[in-house]
Design a protein. Structure first.
Length: 404
């Protein structure tokens, strides 16, 4: 069979990793894939380079409300009118995308469609694609896969959103997300039946020790045994940069030689905001902001701890699984689906999202105690093997398509 994957994405990150692992570990070698995506997705090159099996990539230039938002964001006059007209204009754009999506999806030789959405409602073309497939393809209903928590519709657009949700639910076999917490969040969208919502944990393909020439300590001019923490995540406030910087400030009081590396995709404004936090907290040369790194997996394999400080909208935490795969302990917050991945004493520890002191104490303890780090690293690897392999994930999705 041929499976079409459709996504709308404007950031590099976990959705790309999911697509790569989904395709590379698909259990039936005779099946083929088509990926349909917006042309300006910055992660497309990474996907092309990391896929191990054939996948035809089709790009498009459909005008979306998200793009218009980015065009008007820095022009107050235009942005005011965009917001004022959004209850009507957004949905006119939504319907306007139908003919182009019909050409993209129904002219392709695909037997099944799975929409891969960053969140819910997420990308407008993601929901439109599922509806168009149901209306015009005359093939089995699509699967709608979403990777962040579902959020309620705002009051001014509740009627329109319920209409879209109802139509999408009619033409969708099931909504699959990445954790029980994310599945539960779909209760925010009452037009979608809970009986159609389920979850499959994300999985990663084992990459051994990651290898490569990267030595992050040498790159930063640090001694080989410098205590080193890492954060991997896009530069959005919800990821908890300020929380983790407050944590690290306290860690430095006990371990002044420690360093903290932050990697992730972000705009110049978002990165500048974190730089300002570093300056205000007087963290000096102990914090390193590296932006997006294609070798992040190698960097992760060479640090002592992964720090995850998410404050909201964290459905799973794929970087936690990456750390477990490399036997790197994780310290995380108890937000969204993170407690389903990070269990105390089984590869890491989790704290409330405002518990700066408790989080900092645990980080300092792990940095000082090499034996504890090794023990938690091994336990995390065992947890990865049991619950979070790409092979397990792909087989569970394969069974869902078999039921279509």
């Amino acid at each position: 069979m041929t499976i079409c994957l459709f996504t709308e994405n404007y950031q590099r990150g976990g959705v790309d990793t999911f697509i790569i692992n989904f395709i590379n570990n698909w259990p039936n070698p005779s099946d083929t894939f088509i990926l349909v995506c917006n042309e300006d997705h910055p992660g497309l090159q990474d996907i092309r380079e990391r896929l191990h099996r054939p996948c035809r990539i089709v790009t498009h230039r459909i005008l979306t409300y998200k793009k218009i938002n980015s065009y008007t964001a820095d022009i107050p006059f235009l942005d005011f009118f965009r917001k004022a007209l959004s209850p009507i204009f957004r949905y006119l754009l939504f319907v306007r995308s139908f003919p182009k999506l019909r050409m993209l999806l129904c002219d392709e030789p695909a037997d099944y469609l799975m929409v891969i959405n960053g969140g819910y409602p997420g990308g407008d073309t993601c929901r439109a694609a599922g509806i168009v497939w149901g209306l015009y393809s005359q093939k089995p209903p699509s699967i709608h896969n979403f990777h962040n928590l579902a959020t309620p519709a705002r009051h001014l657009i509740r009627f329109q959103e319920n209409w879209v949700d109802r139509l999408l639910a009619r033409y969708t076999k099931m909504f699959i997300t990445v954790s029980q917490a994310a599945a539960d969040s779909m209760s925010n969208r009452p037009a979608i039946p809970s009986s159609k919502v389920t979850h499959i944990y994300n999985g990663l393909e084992y990459s051994g020790s990651a290898g490569g020439e990267n030595n992050i300590r040498r790159e930063l001019g640090l001694a080989d045994h410098t205590p080193l923490c890492l954060m991997l995540g896009i530069y959005e406030p919800r990821k908890g940069h300020f929380f983790l910087l407050q944590v690290f400030r306290r860690v430095l009081m006990q371990i002044p030689e420690a360093h903290f590396v932050i990697c992730g995709h972000g705009s110049d404004q978002e990165i500048a905001a974190v730089e300002k936090m570093v300056a205000e907290l007087e963290l000096g040369d102990s914090v390193h902001l590296l932006g997006f790194r294609s070798d992040a997996n190698q960097i992760l394999s060479r640090v002592d701890l992964l720090l995850v400080g998410s404050q909201e909208f964290e459905s799973f935490g794929l970087t936690c699984v990456e750390a477990m795969m490399h036997r790197v302990p994780v310290v995380a917050t108890r937000v969204g689906g993170l407690p389903e991945v990070v269990v105390d004493g089984e590869g890491g520890f989790a704290f409330e999202k405002n518990d700066v002191e408790g989080y900092a104490r645990q980080v300092a303890t792990l940095l000082v105690d090499k034996n504890m780090r090794a023990e938690q690293g091994n336990k995390g690897f065992e947890r990865y093997q049991e619950l979070f392999t790409a092979d397990r994930m792909a087989k569970e999705y394969f069974r869902c398509f078999g039921d279509c």
